[in-house]
Design a protein. Structure first.
Length: 709
């Protein structure tokens, strides 16, 4: 069994703007318009000649939401400047600053605080001096910052001077990160955006059976407010060095985008397990890389453009080094799409090009489409819908094959409908057809041909409902009357044989695969609803539908698949989702899936169980259980079982420890066929939005599954 060890540590610069009172950070302070200051103390002396007020003993000055307290305060009534000495505290909603001495100008709301301590949870810090030197500029001298509230924090960031531009950024030089009294990291110059809370530096050391010992590093940089990115420097013992630069940018007029690059001269370590061992075989080298550019531009309210360029060195690169991206999209595309909303429809222009020769691809150079919304024809009751698409198509097989098919295709699909209501039924009959021009087909004698297909049908639906005077809060159900809604529907569709069979055409997409069809789709929807906080809430929704093939359909006549969906949410802490497909021709269950989730309202525990069954793939049961042992310890167990073989496919166990200002999570994962791994993750509690970027997502729905409406 192979074991991998990973440790991921997040370092996060602190949003310094929230460390300081809002009265320090505002360019135009509303307190300037407030009433005169209110001074209280055990002894208050008015010095008329000097135009001062001197107060001693439990002194406080209140103006608006800002309160200044001290052992002694001298207040100059002419300049509105207060000098506070001894146990000085500046209070406002959300936090406080304390120190030995402070000078504060109540006209400008500016001040200098000496030997100050800052408490604005989750931030804590100290500074020999904190000054507001501009309308939106603060300076901290000999600053120490942390999210640990102990008198002797577990860790802290130290710098001689920190320039803070509240709500924008913080800049510091010669920054040191200390754990206890031990220096851990030194940064000559540091700039941190105060507009996000993402980690600035992250590294992942560990061991992997394919990579050997490794360390992955990420360094986030800021070139400007709208230009930032990440630098990657990664070393893998059995693969050598890899580097990459990511750039995330925004423009004021031309949209925003991201550029990602990653390159390595991969040097496989063959014949040895470690780099220091003698190699019995020569090292194999090859260049591997990726380059990605995505950009989106909202040109105006009606027009937008998106383009993406994705270049890979080989088909396995994402799978080997960016597994999560590979699972989301194994074949990222290169394309450009321009769309324009018109008064009566949408116009689109698209290009798709193949840039990776190792993949098969249909190029569209270009494709122009126009979709006409379902519009009323004059003052009649008829409605017209149309979709037209011109495509210059080339289908290229993966290298080294040079086989390709090409054609210019003009396709149009239109429908004329007449919706009306008959008694309790809503009926929409329609008739239409498709016409497609091909400059080339499989048969050279049938170039420049026109393919046609007629279709017609009707949609029928109605709705029944009944209200039950049920009122109960049994087990927290919060039922305030029940409404049962039953919606049966039927959709009839007849599609005549196209004038040119699909077998005589090269297949580029679904347009070329149209064939005869004659079906009725029956659907039955049940909803159970109640009122909560004067809003309608679905407690349960059940949808069942099936296709009935008539004799003109090329498939076997009679009922085809019966499809069902169930969504039940009686409580916020309990939910059930299920879907299934039953094949009536083969008389067996094709697919069956469900997710049941329970969560303790007091957040003490949660439990989930799910099933994934596909007769042609596998049958799996997954479970996940989480439990808060005590305020310091949490436990999580995840398991995935192959029902057919009676074996474990995956097991994962995690235990989490509260380390005061950090959270540590230790994970063990064993996946059949992939070995085992252990990894440790440290995350700052002050920033829960960082989360844990690892582990297994619970019961992902199968590809293409749709949520309920």
């Amino acid at each position: 069994m192979t074991k991998d060890f990973k440790m991921r540590i997040h370092f996060l610069a602190f949003s310094l703007a929230v460390l300081l009172p809002a009265s320090f950070a505002a360019a135009e302070d509303p307190f300037q318009e407030a009433s005169a200051v209110e001074i209280n103390g055990d002894r208050v002396e008015f010095m008329t000649e000097q135009n001062k007020v001197v107060a001693e003993g439990n002194v406080s000055i209140v103006k608006g939401e800002v309160t200044l307290t001290a052992d002694r305060i001298e207040f100059d009534r002419g300049t509105n400047i207060a000098t506070a000495i001894g146990n000085v505290t500046l209070l406002r909603e959300g936090g406080r600053m304390t120190g030995d001495k402070m000078r504060f100008d109540y006209n400008t709301m500016k001040g200098d605080f000496e030997d100050a301590k800052i408490v604005f949870p989750p931030f804590y810090g100290t500074g020999r001096k904190i000054s507001k030197v501009g309308e939106n500029h603060l300076q901290m001298e000999n600053a120490s910052l942390t999210t640990c509230d102990h008198d002797k924090p577990h860790y802290r960031l130290l710098s001689r001077k920190v320039d803070v531009y509240p709500g924008d950024k913080a800049q510091a030089r010669n920054v040191r990160l200390l754990f206890g009294k031990t220096p851990f990291l030194f940064i000559p110059k540091y700039t941190q955006s105060l507009k996000d809370e993402k980690p600035r530096f992250m590294f992942t050391p560990g061991y992997d059976k394919d990579w050997g010992a490794f360390v992955l590093t990420q360094w986030r940089y800021y070139l400007a407010d709208d230009v930032r990115g990440t630098i990657h420097v990664d070393y893998r013992e059995r693969k050598d060095l890899a580097t990459g630069i990511d750039l995330d940018y925004k423009t004021q007029k031309y949209g925003s985008g991201i550029i990602r690059t990653y390159y390595m001269n991969e040097r496989d370590l063959v014949g040895a397990k470690h780099f220091f061992e003698e190699r019995t075989l020569p090292t194999v080298e090859r260049e591997r890389f990726r380059g990605e550019w995505r950009h989106k531009w909202d040109i105006n309210e009606k027009t937008n453009a998106i383009w993406q360029y994705y270049k890979l060195s080989d088909s396995e690169f994402l799978k080997d080094y960016f597994k999560r991206e590979y699972e989301d999209d194994a074949n990222p595309q290169t394309y450009f799409l321009l769309t324009r909303s018109l008064e009566a429809g949408t116009l689109s222009f698209r290009t798709d090009a193949r840039v990776n020769r190792f993949e098969s691809k249909v190029e569209r150079l270009p494709e122009v489409g126009y979709d006409l919304a379902n519009i009323r024809v004059g003052s009649t009751g008829f409605y017209f819908w149309n979709s037209s698409l011109f495509s210059n198509l080339t289908k290229k097989d993966a290298s080294p094959s040079e086989i390709r098919q090409e054609t210019m295709r003009m396709h149009t699909d239109q429908r004329l409908s007449y919706p009306f209501k008959l008694s309790i039924f809503e009926i929409t009959p329609f008739a239409g057809g498709r016409g497609t021009y091909y400059s080339k087909t499989k048969d050279p004698s049938q170039y420049d041909v026109l393919r046609g297909q007629f279709n017609t049908g009707a949609d029928l639906s109605t709705k029944f409902f009944r209200i039950y005077e049920a009122h109960t809060n049994l087990w927290g159900l919060d039922i305030n009357r029940l409404r049962h809604v039953f919606t049966p529907s039927a959709a009839y569709l007849y599609e005549h044989d196209p004038t040119i069979p699909a077998s005589q055409l090269d297949q580029y997409d679904g347009i070329d695969a149209y064939t005869r069809g004659h079906t009725i789709v029956f659907g039955f929807e049940n909803k159970l609803q109640t009122k909560r906080d004067k809003k309608s809430v679905d407690l349960a929704r059940i949808l069942v539908e099936t296709d009935f093939r008539l004799k003109e359909d090329p498939g076997k006549g009679g009922f085809n698949d019966i499809r069902s969906k169930i969504d039940v949410t009686p409580y916020q802490w309990l939910s059930l989702y299920a879907d299934s497909t039953y094949d009536t021709i083969e008389e067996h269950l094709e697919t069956a899936n469900f997710d049941l989730a329970l969560r303790d309202p007091k957040d003490k525990w949660y439990a989930m169980i799910g099933k994934r069954f596909n007769i042609n793939v596998d049958d799996q049961i997954t479970t996940e259980f989480g439990y808060k042992i005590n305020p310091k310890w949490k436990l999580k167990i995840y398991e995935r079982v192959d029902v057919n073989r009676g074996t474990w496919k995956e097991q994962e166990y995690a235990i989490q420890r509260d380390l005061h200002d950090w959270t540590m999570e230790i994970n063990f994962n064993d996946t059949r066929g992939q070995g085992s791994e252990i990894w440790v993750v440290f995350t700052l509690k002050a920033f829960p939005d960082l989360g844990f970027d690892f582990g297994t997502n619970f019961n992902r729905r199968k590809s293409g599954a749709q949520g309920t409406n």
